[in-house]
Write a protein that binds this ligand. Structure first.
Ligand code: NAD
Length: 377
C-alpha cells in the first residue's frame, strides 16, 4: 500500500504554483518529514488545470472542488483560491476529516475566521495559514535574538508592507479590490503579514488605533475596460499598536507605494539594541547591540548561512541565499511534521483568527476614530 500522504490542491495561480513547488521540494529538502503524493488538482479552467497537473505530475485533475472532498486518498487540502472561497472550501474539507493548509488572510472577516477555527478544533484536524514570512531564516534568527534577551526588553515595533502592484490606476478591478471577494484591501492582504510578524516577534496585540484610505476609487472592469467599477477596499492603511507586554508599535501598508516591490520591513527596538529586516534583502538582518566603546557603535549586517534556522537544508554555504519559494517549502515541512507528530502548528486557524481580529480592529478604529481591542471582536 502507498504510505504517502495524499495532497489535494485547489488553485493554480500565484500561490497555487508556490504550494505545488513546495510539496514537490519538501521531501528532498527535509528527508525526515512525511512523504507526499500530489493526488488531485482543481481549478476552474480545464485547459489551464490540465497543463498545470501535467507540469507537476498530479495524478488527477478536475474543475469540481467536490472531487477533492470525495477523494479518500486526499488527506491534506491546500487552498490557494481568492479569499472569499477559503471559508466554504476549508469547512467542507474539515467536515470530512481532512487537514487544511489555507492561504492568508484566513477569511473575509473575523467572524468567518472564528467559524473556521472552531470547526477545525471540533474536527480535530491540523490547520496552517500561509503566513510564509514567519519561516524565513532571518526572521527565525531575529526571534532567537529577541527571545534570548539579545536586544534587551522590546519597547517598539515598526512594521510596514509596501508594494506598487496596484499603483497604476489603469490596473483592472480584480477580486482583490472588492470587499465581497477580498474582505479588505491592502490592510488585509499585506498588513496581515505585518501583524503575523508582530505577534511572532513581539507578542499579542492588545489595542489598535487605525486609519485607512481608498485613493483610487474606481478601476476598469476587467471584462469591459471602457467601463469603470467602484473600489470599496483600502489602498493604504496605518495603525498605532499597543502590545500586551507593554511595547508600542506602528503598522503601515500600501499597494500604491511607487517603486516598492516587496517592501515588507520591520524595525524592533529593545532597551539594549535593535533589529532591522527588509524582505527585499531577505537573506540578512541588521543587528545593533549596545555596549563597548560608543565610537564603535553601529548596526552590523548578518548574512544568513547554515548556522541559521533551516538554511543548511537548502545550501551548505553562507551568504548564497534562499528565495521566496523556499519559505513555502519550510512552511509545508511545518505542516507535515505537525500531522506526523500530532503537535501544534503555528500559525493555525486559531492564530489566523487572532490576526483577522487585529485587522478588523484597525478597520473599525478607522471607521469610528477610537482605540479598539482586537479580542473584543
Ligand atoms: P490568483 O488569482 O493568482 O489565483 C487564484 C486561483 O484560484 C486561480 O487559478 C483561479 O482560477 C482559482 N479559482 C478561482 N475560483 C475558483 C474556484 N471556484 N474553484 C477553483 N479554483 C478557483 O491569486 P493568488 O495571488 O494566488 O492568491 C490566492 C490566495 O493566496 C489569496 O488568498 C491571497 O491572499 C493569497 N496569497 C498569499 C501570498 C503569500 O505570500 N502567502 C501571496 C499572494 C497571494
Amino acid at each position: 500500500m502507498d504510505q504517502r500522504t495524499g495532497v489535494g490542491l485547489v488553485g493554480t495561480g500565484f500561490m497555487g504554483k508556490c504550494h505545488a513547488l513546495a510539496f514537490q521540494a519538501v521531501r528532498a529538502t527535509f528527508p525526515d518529514t512525511l512523504r507526499v503524493r500530489l493526488r488531485r488538482l482543481v481549478d476552474v479552467d480545464p485547459a489551464v488545470t490540465e497543463a498545470f497537473a501535467r507540469a507537476f505530475d498530479f495524478e488527477r485533475w478536475s474543475t469540481r472542488f467536490e472531487d477533492l472532498i470525495e477523494d479518500p486518498d486526499v488527506l491534506i487540502v491546500a487552498i490557494t483560491t481568492p479569499n472569499f472561497l477559503h471559508q466554504e472550501m476549508a469547512l467542507a474539507a474539515m467536515a470530512v476529516g481532512k487537514h487544511v493548509y489555507c492561504e492568508k488572510p484566513l477569511a473575509l472577516d473575523a467572524a468567518g475566521a472564528r467559524t473556521m477555527a472552531e470547526a477545525a478544533e471540533r474536527a480535530g484536524v491540523k490547520t496552517l495559514v500561509g503566513y510564509n514570512y514567519l519561516r524565513s531564516p532571518a526572521v527565525g534568527l531575529a526571534r532567537e535574538v529577541i527571545r534570548s534577551g539579545g536586544i534587551g526588553d522590546v519597547i517598539h515595533f515598526r512594521g510596514a508592507h509596501f508594494e506598487d502592484f496596484l499603483a497604476d490606476p489603469a490596473a483592472p478591478r480584480t477580486w482583490r479590490l472588492t470587499r465581497a471577494t477580498a474582505g479588505g484591501g491592502a490592510l488585509g492582504d499585506m498588513g496581515s503579514h505585518v501583524v503575523s510578524l508582530a505577534r511572532h516577534l513581539v507578542g499579542g496585540i492588545e489595542e489598535v488605533m487605525g486609519a485607512t484610505q481608498t485613493v483610487i476609487a474606481e478601476r476598469p472592469d476587467p471584462r469591459e475596460p471602457g467601463r469603470r467599477l467602484p473600489v470599496d477596499v483600502d489602498d493604504q492603511a496605518q495603525a498605532l499598536l499597543r502590545f500586551e507586554n507593554g511595547a508600542s508599535g506602528t503598522l503601515e501598508t500600501s499597494w500604491l507605494a511607487q517603486g516598492r516591490k516587496m517592501g515588507l520591513t520591520f524595525e524592533i527596538t529593545g532597551t539594549r539594541g535593535a533589529i532591522l529586516f527588509d524582505q527585499e534583502r531577505m537573506n540578512e538582518i541588521r543587528l545593533f547591540q549596545g555596549g563597548g566603546p560608543r565610537r564603535l557603535h553601529g548596526f552590523k549586517t548578518i548574512l544568513m548561512g547554515p548556522d541559521h534556522p533551516h538554511y543548511a537544508c537548502f545550501c551548505p554555504a553562507p551568504g548564497h541565499g534562499l528565495g521566496f519559494n523556499d519559505l513555502k517549502t519550510i512552511e509545508v515541512k511545518a505542516l507535515l511534521d505537525g500531522i506526523r507528530d500530532g503537535t501544534p502548528i503555528d500559525p493555525d486557524f486559531r492564530a489566523g483568527l487572532e490576526i483577522a481580529q487585529v485587522i478588523e480592529a484597525i478597520q473599525l478604529s478607522a471607521a469610528e476614530g477610537r482605540w479598539v481591542r482586537p479580542d473584543a471582536l
